[in-house]
Design a protein around this ligand. Sequence first.
Ligand code: DAH
Length: 355
Amino acid sequence: MDDLRTRYLGEIAGAADEVALERLRVAALGKKGEVSLRMRELGGMTPEERQVAGPALNGLKDEINAAIAAKKAALEDAALDARLKEEWLDVTLPGRRRARGSVHPVSQVTEEVTAVLADMGFAVAEGPQIESDWYNFDALNIPDHHPARTEMDTFYMAQAEGDNRPPHVLRTHTSPVQIRAMQERGAPLRVICPGRVYRADYDQTHTPMFHQVEGIAIDRDISMANLKWVLEEFFSAFFGTTVKTRFRASHFPFTEPSAEVDIQCSWEGGTVKVGQGDGWLEVLGSGMVHPKVLEAGGIDSSKWQGFAFGIGIDRLAMLKYGIPDLRAFFDSDLRWLRHYGFAPLDVPTLHGGLQ
Ligand code: DAH
């Protein structure tokens, strides 16, 4: 019996896993186990022998059961330790940062401009960026060979050999959307058309792709006075301060009369401040829509008249948010975007209900 005890307790202590433990349990205490067989032999013993062997065998059985239970617990502990070591977690580490984008100044300012003008009753219209030369030029009273065609540094679309039709262009301004809006909506009309435009030009204040917003209002009795009021209201709401405007006589083929509009500003220490001082900054072109343009849009020019204007959005963004170089707008430099970009609710807007 001592041999059995020594052997089993030794093997239990050395068991590698639960399967090995179970095998030992069956070998010792199973139906045909060594200890069980001994117990069965008790029947053939004398009462005296049985009195000694019985309790001893029971004791051995208990001892083996206890050793197996203890070893099992030890194995489980070791397994847990190993797992804990492997699934190690440092709860003091900083959390994982989620990358957060920002709203590009052009998107931001387009939103702001749209919100102000929409509040004044203008609907938003859009048109294609690849435009026929009729919409981009002819319909706007810029005939073939007109100097304005070359002045605009137009990008022309490639054409198949032998195709003699005038090539399409990347629209050089948002003004063609005026024509499309007149054709689609008729008069009376109040729309703005924000969007991308293209010209072959590149320096600190020019990029080959930039953004404009066009405005047009057609009715029976609209005059330059309405234009001036709308623009002053617009600039004051946009810059958040009263902004005076100055109209200078100018020329555009699509308006008659035409005016370039400056806004009041000061230049101090190299920075521009809008709405103060006695300096002026040119920001847009405008005028009364030329009768030929109304007719191209399918509107009877003997009954209707109106004003139109075109503003550079990127320029407005530079002015309002003090951004010095236009070229950086389109470099996709993350540092620039983080610095000049906006969180969605940074600037209170009319449509956001925060003003
Ligand atoms: N289309 C002109 C440009 O890109 C801007 C402009 C001037 C638009 C006068 C107008 C306007 O609607 O009336 O330079």
